[in-house]
Design a protein around this ligand. Structure first.
Ligand code: BGC
Length: 368
C-alpha cells in the first residue's frame, strides 16, 4: 500500500465517521425544519432512536388552559417513551394546515389536532392517512373526515351545567348568551346544552333571552365589546349572562364592572382559569365548569400511543362528525362555585389555595 493511498483511505473513513455522527444529531425543533433536507434528517433520527414521534397541533397556546394540556400531554407521552413535536397556529386556519403538513413530513406516527376550524382542517386527515399517520381530534372535533379517534369531555353537558347553575340562581329575568367561537364545534355543543335547559323556561315566560352573540376566537377583548354593546342596548337591564368560557367571561365581567354590575349579574364560565377562580371566590363570577385537563391530556397521550401501536383505544362512546361515528373517549365535566372550589380545583392541585384566594382577606379563607 502506497503512503498516498493509505492517507486517502484514512481521510475517507474520517469523512464517513463525521457524516454518521452528524446525521444522528439532527435537531427536532419543529419551528426550524421547513426544508426537505432537515425533514429527512429528523425522520432518520426517529428511526435511530426507535421512539414513537407524535405531532401535536394546537389552535393556540395563548389561552391558559391549552398550556396545561400541552404540559400534561408531553409529560405522559414521555413517561410512555414517546416524543412530542408541538406546534401552535396562533388561531389561524392556514397556519395550522401547513404546520400539520410539516409535522407529517417529520416522520410522526400520530397527528393530534385541536382544530381552529373543525371544517377547514378536515382534508389534512386524508393527507395524514396517505402518509401512514393516524389522526386524533383532541378536545374539538374535526368535521366530515375519517378521524381515527376523539378525546374530549361531554360538551353538551358543559352547556347544561352552565345554564342549570345560572337558572337556579336567577329563575326569572333577562338573559344574555355570550357564546364561543363560531368555527369551534364545541361552541355549538355548549350552546345546544344551554338551550336544552333554557328553552322550557323561555316557553314558560320565566326568562327572556335579550340577545345572543358569538365571540370570534374566544377572545376576551371581543367578549368585552359584545357585553358593552349588550348592556347599552338593554339599558343595563340584564340579570344573567350564560357565558361559554372563562376567557370570554373575563371580558364580560370587565364590561359589567364598568357599570358597577360585577357581582350583581350572574355569569357562568368554563375552564377554571386562575383569574376566573379568583373572581369566583371574590363573588364576581358565579361559576365555572372544571374539566380536569390532566385527565384529558393523559387520556389523549394514552390514545395517541395506542393508535401508533395499532392497539385498542378503549373508547366509551362515538360522536358523529357528519361523515362517520368517531370512536371517542368522553370525560365528565364538573360545575364549580365558591362552595366546592376547595374540594375540586384546589384538591386536584390544579391551582393552589394561596393563588385562588390571593385577593380575599386571609380571615375569610376556607379552613382546609
Ligand atoms: C374548549 C374550551 C375552551 C375554548 C377556548 C373549547 O373548544 O373546549 O375548554 O375554553 O375552546 O379555547
Amino acid at each position: 500500500m502506497s503512503k498516498n493511498f493509505k492517507k486517502n483511505l484514512l481521510s475517507l473513513i474520517l469523512i464517513f465517521a463525521m457524516l454518521f455522527t452528524f446525521s444522528g444529531c439532527a435537531t427536532t425543533n419543529p419551528n426550524q425544519s421547513n426544508s426537505n433536507n432537515q425533514t429527512s434528517q429528523t425522520t432518520k433520527t426517529s428511526d435511530n432512536s426507535g421512539k414513537i414521534k407524535i405531532g401535536f397541533s394546537f389552535d393556540t397556546l395563548n389561552l391558559e388552559r391549552w398550556q396545561h394540556d400541552r404540559d400534561y400531554f408531553v409529560q405522559r407521552a414521555k413517561e410512555l417513551g414517546a416524543d412530542v413535536l408541538v406546534q401552535s397556529a396562533n388561531s389561524d386556519s392556514q397556519t395550522q394546515y401547513s404546520q400539520c403538513q410539516n409535522l407529517i413530513a417529520q416522520g410522526i406516527k400520530v397527528l393530534v389536532i385541536i382544530p381552529h376550524d373543525g371544517s377547514a382542517i378536515a382534508p389534512i386527515v386524508e393527507e395524514a392517512h396517505k402518509a401512514g399517520v393516524k389522526v386524533l381530534a383532541y378536545d374539538r372535533l374535526i368535521m366530515n373526515a375519517d378521524v381515527d379517534a376523539y378525546v374530549s369531555f361531554d360538551n353538551e353537558k358543559v352547556g347544561e351545567l352552565q345554564a342549570e347553575y345560572i337558572t337556579k340562581l336567577v329563575p326569572k329575568g333577562n338573559y344574555f348568551l355570550l357564546e364561543g367561537s363560531p368555527t369551534d364545534n364545541n361552541a355549538k355543543l355548549f350552546e345546544q346544552g344551554q338551550k336544552k335547559v333554557l328553552q322550557p323556561l323561555v316557553d314558560k315566560g320565566d326568562i327572556k333571552i335579550v340577545g345572543e352573540q358569538w365571540a370570534q376566537d374566544w377572545l376576551t377583548q371581543n367578549a368585552y365589546n359584545i357585553m358593552q354593546n349588550a348592556l347599552t342596548a338593554n339599558n343595563n337591564k340584564i340579570d344573567a349572562v350564560v357565558d361559554a368560557n372563562d376567557s370570554t367571561a373575563l371580558g364580560a365581567i370587565r364590561a359589567l364592572q364598568e357599570q358597577n354590575l360585577a357581582g350583581k349579574v350572574a355569569i357562568s364560565g368554563q375552564d377554571a382559569d386562575l383569574a376566573n377562580c379568583q373572581l369566583i371566590v371574590e363573588g364576581k363570577q358565579s361559576m365555572t365548569v372544571y374539566k380536569p385537563v390532566k385527565e384529558e391530556a393523559t387520556k389523549g397521550a394514552d390514545v395517541a400511543i395506542a393508535l401508533a401501536k395499532g392497539e385498542d383505544i378503549n373508547a366509551n362512546g362515538k360522536v358523529n362528525n357528519g361523515k362517520i361515528d368517531v370512536p371517542s373517549v368522553l370525560l365528565t365535566p364538573v360545575a364549580v362555585d365558591k362552595n366546592n372550589m376547595v374540594d375540586t380545583i384546589i384538591k386536584d392541585g390544579f391551582h393552589s389555595l394561596d393563588e385562588v384566594y390571593k385577593n380575599v382577606p386571609k380571615d375569610q379563607w376556607p379552613k382546609q
